[in-house]
Design a protein. Structure first.
Length: 417
């Protein structure tokens, strides 16, 4: 079995990467933008001297680059360490400060661990009630049930914008509209805040916060060709920090100095922030080109695998005739009769792909179970996700390698039976 010391560079360089929903490679332009902050511009941004001010300028530029991607103002962007931290700030701190208005939270039936496990904590330790809205077979939250679940005690709605396993997009704009309608219908005298977990969507579809009219939104740089260890949280103007008399207080998970409006204390990760800003700028400038590239390669995978395995291939949460309901890069398919983990192990040095979010046990979170897929479909699912470095030639080769591997496992199973 390969280890860090024995794995050759040739294996790494020749492996076909189909796991862009897991993480993305750093773009060269992003690395170039970051390098001066590793070497020369190392000052603490809180310092008053020239090196500190130069670091602060880098942060200010990045904040504007992120804001431009989402059509919001720079002061609405707070830099955090990860998407997970952003999600926890929303759920733990904002909900804590909203409890005087109510103790009810609404979410979808298939959220990321950082949302679901935090909600379980709020239920068990903090007295919150959580409504988990069922997901329909097309991967979209049941909006009729969602509307009925909104009540006077509701204070927050948190929804994953795009599912990380099957790529279905939740209609955030419609969710906000329905929320506003229900507030008026019930005569609720407080706002119900809407949070979107956007870790999978940023850089893959255009997002306009003013059009969606959302309150809070989570961002993770490494999902769109930025560095790991840096994220952001959009907080709409009007949702204030603890120093403001109006609005809902947003407080930090940790105690410390007043960086990032006291929401993320501690010396800033300057080079990470600069990298996030550059990745956001590139995402904005290259959006249409990237969408077409990802979609073309995703569809090529779909048709190539379907041609080889039409009798046993099950497509999960994706309809080729309604591609607008999905991310342009994500294909989740099952090949009934194989074990997905065996296929990963068989092809680990040739094709890099995922089998979803750890749906190995019946108690684990799984988008496929949320849309009522049978266990043989869950146990044989592959998540294939495309990105900017992937080529047509690599996809052609991946189809051959995946097909050979699937056939090998099918033959093995048939012989053992």
């Amino acid at each position: 079995e390969n280890t860090l010391t024995t794995m050759s560079n040739d294996i790494i360089e020749n492996a076909i990467y189909l796991d862009y929903n897991s993480t993305t490679p750093l773009k060269e332009e992003v690395l170039e933008e970051m390098m001066p902050y590793f070497k020369n511009y190392f000052g603490n941004p809180s310092s008053g001297h020239c090196l500190g001010k130069r670091s602060k300028l880098g942060i200010d530029k990045a904040r504007k680059q992120v804001a431009d991607l989402f059509n919001c103002t720079p002061n609405e962007i707070i830099f955090t360490s990860t998407g997970t931290e952003s999600n926890n700030i929303v759920l733990q701190r904002i909900c804590e400060n909203l409890k005087k208005y109510g103790n009810h939270i609404i979410t979808s039936g298939f959220e990321h661990y950082s949302i679901e496990y935090t909600l379980r904590y709020l239920e068990s330790k903090c007295g919150f009630e959580v409504s988990r809205i069922p997901i329909k077979e097309n991967g979209i939250m049941d909006l009729d049930i969602f509307y009925e679940e909104i009540k006077k005690e509701t204070v927050l709605i948190t929804v994953m914008h795009a599912n990380n396993e099957i790529g279905t997009l939740q209609p955030l704009k419609k969710i906000v509209e329905l929320k506003n309608k229900k507030i008026e219908e019930l005569g609720i005298n407080h706002n119900i805040y809407v949070h979107g977990d956007g870790c999978q969507t940023v850089g893959k579809i255009p997002i306009d916060f003013n059009d969606i009219n959302i309150d809070l939104y989570t961002i993770a740089a490494h999902k769109f060709y930025g560095p790991k260890g840096i994220g952001a949280l959009y907080i709409r103007n009007g949702i204030q920090n603890e120093d403001n008399a109006e609005g809902v207080p947003v407080s930090s998970l940790t105690f410390g100095a007043p960086q990032e409006r006291k929401i993320k204390p501690g010396t800033e990760n300057v080079y990470g922030i600069v990298g996030l800003g550059k990745a956001a700028e590139l995402a904005r400038l290259q959006m249409d080109e990237n969408i077409e590239h990802m979609k073309h390669l995703r569809n090529k995978l779909y048709f190539g695998l379907k041609e080889n395995f039409e009798d046993i291939m099950v497509v999960n949460g994706f309809n080729i005739d309604h591609q607008e309901l999905n991310l342009p890069n994500t294909l989740n398919v099952s090949f009934v009769g194989i074990d997905k983990f065996e296929l990963v192990n068989l092809l680990k040095d040739q094709v890099c792909f995922s089998v979803g979010s750890a749906c190995a046990s019946k108690n684990s979170l799984s988008a496929l179970r949320a849309i009522n897929c049978p266990e043989d479909v869950v146990n044989s699912c592959l998540r294939l996700s495309t990105g900017f470095k992937l080529t047509d030639e690599e996809v052609d080769r991946a189809i051959v390698l995946l097909s050979d591997g699937i056939n090998q496992l099918l033959n093995k199973n048939n012989n053992s039976n």
